[in-house]
Design a protein around this ligand. Sequence first.
Ligand SMILES: Nc1ncnc2c1ncn2[C@@H]1O[C@H](COP(=O)(O)OP(=O)(O)OP(=O)(O)O)[C@@H](O)[C@H]1O
Length: 756
Amino acid sequence: MPSKHVRVVVRTRPTGRFAEQTFRIHEDTNAIDVKLPKSDVGGTVNNQVDSFSFKFDRVLHNASQERVFDEFARELLGTGGTGVLDGFNGTCMAYGQTGAGKTFTMVGGPANFAYRGIIPRCITALFTAIAARPECAITVRLGALEIYNELMMDLLPYPSAGDTAADQQIQEDSKGGVSVKGLTRRVALTEEECLQAFFEADAARAVSEHSLNVLSSRSHFVVTLFVESRSRVESNERVVYSKIHLVDLAGSERLKKTGSFGATLKEATFINKSLTFLEQVVVALSDKRRDHVPYRSSKLTHLLKDSIGGNCRTMMIANIWPEGSHVEETVSTLRFATRMMRVSNEATQNIQLDSQQLIRKYEREIRDLKQELAMHDILSGRSQMSYEPYTPEEQREIEKAAEQYFEGEVADVDITSIKQVRELFQSMRRLYQNQQQALQSRPARAHPSQAPGAGAEGDVAEGGQPAAEGAGGADEGVGDEEAAAGLSVGVAADQSKRAKGAGLEGGAIDQEARAAGKRRSPDGVAGEQRGDAQAGPAPPDRQTAFTDFKASTEEGQQLEAAFNQNKIDQRTKKQELRTVAEEISRVKVSMEEVKEMVQKKQRERSAEGAKVGGDSSVSLIDEEEYALIKRLKDLKKQYREQFDAHKELKAHLLQIDHNIQKCKTQLLQAFERWYEEKYGQLVSGADAVASAAKTLSSSTRGPEGDDLDENEQFDMMEASRLETQHPDALAFYNAKRKTSPRRTAGRSPGPSPRRH
Ligand SMILES: Nc1ncnc2c1ncn2[C@@H]1O[C@H](COP(=O)(O)OP(=O)(O)OP(=O)(O)O)[C@@H](O)[C@H]1O
């Protein structure tokens, strides 16, 4: 990507005391004119410059949060092959005087979906973009830190680190990229998990009150989304990775104005000092003659080295407070923003090769080449072998041959080299994966009411047998499959069974989990997650670990017990269903027989009537016919009763089936969490577990009659309301609910030096 200057937007804080004489805001031309009131300092002849004009990439006056994101910050995620998911870094930071609205812009207003800021919106947009790339296994991790009094604190430390997480250190890699050593990177499998991690970090920030802002941020807040993407389709070693820094800088403040004292004064001094260093870096970068940039002068500038003048697409929001009393601060912010626009960045794609995979690939290649050469010697009269990799056209040819072979159009494929055999296998795998995907994209299992002979009244009445067969048959498919395959995380179930109905979903999760379990992070990120466990012994295979999880943890035992209980209920109900279905068939057969006999009687009566020239309908029925009609009536009643019982049982079974799925998902998710905590490895692709989580969230609540406490009932109502009214807000509210609130307006200084 060619170098680009830092994109800058100016956002005004809405105010009823807008200084009209001083500020002219031109949204149409993205310009701001400032006319300073004359000061007496210059004496009688005042030569002070008193008006300025500034031009920016964008000026947003009294704009809504939505507009700020859509018209400016969304660009951060990038598009068309140059986005975050394609391996390009992004940074968005808010700069401005205290109280100008930086936190409102980045984080948002408290607990209101419409007021959510750029960070939560970015998270949502990121997960939406991920969902649109099913061909990639994408992992998102969230890290958050604050720089408080020149100490860098992890805001999501592991419990073992204690509350007093130590000052973190910055490290640089060989390419000049910076990272924070040991910073927790919390894996977020879903948008909700990511939002929750962010809310947790936000709640842990340092805030205090001063005369210009009751909840003034006392630290620089940096949230980083680490994104890592691998192809699911190609088995290559390429890993694309990127990070998005979302920065809410602490605000510069004039100590006299804010009336700071004690700890707040000390904080303000550190804040102002670090902002001065930031300015020095920006000045150095905007001056082409300067070859030294003092990045290391402060933690903030060192951390943002990539973002300011480095490998990143960077944007800045300059927040201003356009009131008469803040003119000086506003001009200073606008000056800084103008300088920032002169800084150029060059974002390049971040690709890393998985070294293990790479070595394995080379070893394979060497072995193949050796075999190839030996074959070349043995086979005489062959044309010169080519050792070059296949071109896409040649690959397509081979794939076509594989297709023809599968379709039965050709009896054999001519083998000419080992290389070709390998390519054939690759093609076959691709074809197989396509088939798998096509199968998985089908509905996981037909609704029982749609299954052939699944109990529709007409089916039974017409066919007699199908309802009975269908009821047992369709359901048994599921039960038998699970009984055969068990609930496994590491052992492939029989494929032919897996393709049927409910097995697909579990299978997909297993497969994904296995695939992800084998992966390693390119930069040892997974290792970072668990600190000292990094150097420990290799984790057990997943199936062993799963058995261990179920046996040794309370959660595993409970979930497995619930799963097993549901399986027992399922078997019992299925047996009852089979009995009722058999009874229906028996009644149906009897009904047919009796009906036949009644009709025969009627025919005889009609023939009798014709013989005597009378009307058969008026001739009297005999005792036998009467008994038959009565029997038929009883049978019909019986049939209806059995039919209702059958329907009820089917509904019950459906519920049990649903519970089984729920238990299965919960068990797998709990295992994933446990495995990751214990062995520090990400075992499942984000979207596989996301889909499991989705299954879970759609079935979190019990069936009718379940005991739901008040909170659960409220959650259920709230979730269904949101789902219908604001489907996009569900993850946001769920995540908020699970996080303790950050702030209470006007709260008094607390005991901790970081939280006032
Ligand atoms: N665009 C806006 N719309 C509505 N309210 C706003 C807006 N910008 C700021 N505010 C309000 O102004 C107050 C101060 O904003 P905020 O805390 O975001 O300032 P800040 O620049 O982060 O300050 P500090 O540097 O002291 O942390 C908050 O009550 C916030 O809700």
